[in-house]
Write a protein that binds this ligand. Structure first.
Ligand code: TMP
Length: 237
């Protein structure tokens, strides 16, 4: 398939393949970054693991009626998706306190949130993705107040389905980040990826961290824990 590089991010490359249908290829890289790119490393095999995990999850979400950019997995490291205009928001849902909220609000790690908390971050590397409120989001993006409401509801719906998927394989979904994009026809759908790069996943029994925190905190083998997630998801298929 003839392809043109459209964009290269920290974890993926994006290729244009078909102008007419607006289908693009997401190619997962082996690079890992943390703290806004300050910490960097390459993990052979990471691209395949995240592509397989994200493809599996988006397929399961589709079965539950959650619309996304995902079309199909193409090969080990690539998937075909509909091109969207990414809304520059990182929508984070938290079920349990961990990560930035523990530092920002002085909360003890593992404090449960009932109901879950939704947070918005402005996707902007120069500003280091600051936390923003709804009014900021409306001002900084091209979405309407109603669309923002829908995005937050959708994030909570995704949380319910994802939490169930992980619960079945003995994992607590602590928190995760999703992004949304606008299709050519104007509709907003789930986009980007859902993987151990973008979720906090703790083993229910041992509380072991099975996500990118092992790289952020230097506490474990990234490939080993991502493999563990993929294996458990595949056993459940
Ligand atoms: P945080 O606790 O650092 O705010 O992260 C919340 C969730 O969002 C966590 O599951 C990791 C994910 N995340 C990303 O996917 N990309 C990012 O750039 C950051 C900062 C967090």
């Amino acid at each position: 398939m003839e392809r043109t590089l459209l964009y290269e991010g920290k974890a993926k490359k994006v290729y244009q393949v078909n102008d007419r249908t607006r289908e693009i290829i997401l190619s997962y890289k082996n690079d890992a970054t943390a703290f806004n790119g300050e910490k960097k490393s390459v993990f052979p095999g990471k691209g395949r693991l995240n592509n397989e995990i994200s493809s599996l999850i988006f397929t399961k979400l589709r079965e539950k009626g959650i619309k996304s950019h995902f079309i199909k997995q193409l090969n080990k490291t690539e998937q075909l998706v509909y091109q969207t205009e990414i809304i520059p928001l990182e929508v984070v849902v938290r079920n349990v306190a961990a990560g930035s909220i523990t530092k920002r609000l002085g909360m003890k790690e593992r404090t449960p949130f009932n109901p879950p908390i939704v947070e918005l971050f402005y996707k902007n590397d120069d500003l280091k993705d600051p936390l923003i409120n709804d009014e900021h989001a409306i001002l900084l993006t091209n979405i309407s107040l109603n669309e923002l409401k829908e995005i937050k509801e959708k994030a909570l719906e995704i949380n319910e389905t994802l939490s169930e998927i992980f619960q079945r394989i003995g994992i607590k979904l602590v928190d995760f980040k999703v992004e949304f994009g606008r299709l050519a026809d104007g509709w907003i759908v789930l986009a980007d990826e859902i993987s151990p790069d973008t979720c906090r996943l703790w083993d229910v029994e041992t509380m072991e961290k099975l996500d990118k925190d092992v790289f952020r905190q230097g506490t474990g083998d990234l490939i080993e824990v991502y493999e563990e997630i993929l294996n458990r998801l595949e056993e459940q298929k």
